[in-house]
Design a protein around this ligand. Structure first.
Ligand SMILES: [Zn+2]
Length: 391
């Protein structure tokens, strides 16, 4: 009995909640705490805060709580539902977790501390949570942080999709390109994933959007055109995203050529994947010699690489007209290269050329999209900037 009182203190349980039972499974290293409320307890409607009669209980559910020793700890309870005269039947708020959370507030707060200190893989290991769960916690914290921060106009947005787990789970991230912060994380990469962000903005905020950097991805285009006034002219298929497609095409050429050479016993392309993907100026000093020797072999992969590097020059022009002239020459070169992956990407870019060239009106690039790590840094920055409000 004293144990129960101690646990109630540890959990800082508020009336009318009490502990019914604490079960330790020493073998499984798990601790399960079952919570109940006093009979005839009064609850209020989560919408309006008015006292409302108890209607029934939702099925039992659990929340992951802070570990105790090496024991995974879960709270279990049946959440009461009230019958509000105005709002109908609603699930009440529980004091230990936020609505919809799978973790207690104490756990979420601790998880964010760990996520801020460690890289995401390390954090998932320390916290014994999955990638999905880590993202879910960050997603919710970003959301709360932004709600606390209030409304402001964000002129330049970056929209990105990111695979966050092995099994093709995607999230859509919206970044404030000027501040380098994440404005929204949403599940999936559908139109609805981005719609939700735009729908959260006021008319004034939507009108204040000047440019949106993104990939040539139909659902994001459709959502932006549907919500942002004059959205079509504000979309920029930025260098990062265009070059990503180019890099994939070069790699496809390399793979095919490597397969063919290897069949003849030639291993020239073995282990060269990343050499071809660097921007010319970023090639590490230590690889320069090897790369020059590779280029001297006059491989198809070398030609694909040169086409890729030439396209990159497009963004160096100061005037749209000059860039357009460069594009036209480049397009003929690429489409006459007889390198199918290059031809395919060149045609795709042509299909979206107007919004590649909007770069020269807006001059934005999605700098925060250079990989998952910088993305997580951006999320962290957002969390810190927002004071990690768990309220
Ligand atoms: Zn109500």
């Amino acid at each position: 009995m004293r144990d129960v009182a101690l646990w109630a203190r540890l959990l800082a349980l508020e009336k009318p909640w009490t502990i019914e039972r604490v079960a330790l499974d020493a073998h499984e290293r798990s601790l399960d705490i079952r919570l109940v409320h006093r009979r005839n307890a009064a609850f209020s409607c989560p919408e309006c805060g008015r006292r409302a009669p108890l209607y029934d209980h939702a099925p039992a559910r659990s929340w992951r709580h802070l570990d105790h020793g090496d024991c995974l700890t879960h709270l279990h309870a049946q959440v009461p539902r009230v019958d509000c005269p105005v709002h109908g039947i609603r699930r009440v708020h529980v004091p230990w977790a936020l609505p919809g959370a799978r973790f207690t507030t104490a756990f979420e707060r601790h998880a964010i501390d760990v996520l801020l200190e460690a890289d995401i893989t390390g954090a998932t290991r320390l916290l014994r949570i999955s990638w999905d769960e880590a993202w879910n916690i960050m997603e919710r914290a970003v959301d709360r942080g932004l709600r606390a921060k209030g409304r402001r106009v964000i002129a330049r947005l970056g929209v990105d999709e990111k695979a966050v787990a092995k099994r093709h789970r995607y999230v859509t991230l919206v970044c404030d390109l000027d501040r380098g912060t994440v404005e929204s994380i949403a599940d999936g990469r559908k139109k609805a994933s981005l719609d939700a962000y735009y729908q959260s903005l006021s008319k004034e905020q939507l009108a204040g959007i000047e440019a949106v950097a993104m990939d040539m991805w139909g659902p994001f285009i459709a959502s932006t055109v549907a919500h942002v006034p004059d959205g079509r002219s504000k979309i920029v298929f930025d260098r990062f995203h265009v070059m990503k497609h180019m890099g994939e095409a070069v790699d496809a050429v390399r793979k095919a050529e490597h397969r063919r050479l290897r069949a003849e016993g030639d291993e020239a392309l073995k282990g060269t994947k990343y050499l071809w993907l660097y921007a010319k100026e970023n090639l590490p000093e230590s690889e320069r010699e090897r790369f020059a020797a590779l280029r001297a072999l006059h491989l198809k992969t070398g030609r694909a690489w040169a086409i890729k590097e030439s396209l990159r020059e497009l963004w160096g022009y100061r005037r749209k007209g000059w860039a357009l002239r460069h594009w036209k020459r480049w397009y003929i070169w690429a489409t006459h290269s007889r390198l199918a992956p290059m031809v395919k990407v060149a045609r795709m870019i042509r299909g979206h050329l107007d919004n590649v060239l909007t770069y020269f009106d807006h001059r934005i690039t999605n700098a925060t999209s250079e990989g998952l790590n910088s993305k997580i840094q951006a999320v962290k920055k957002t969390l810190m900037a927002s004071g990690i409000g768990l309220t």
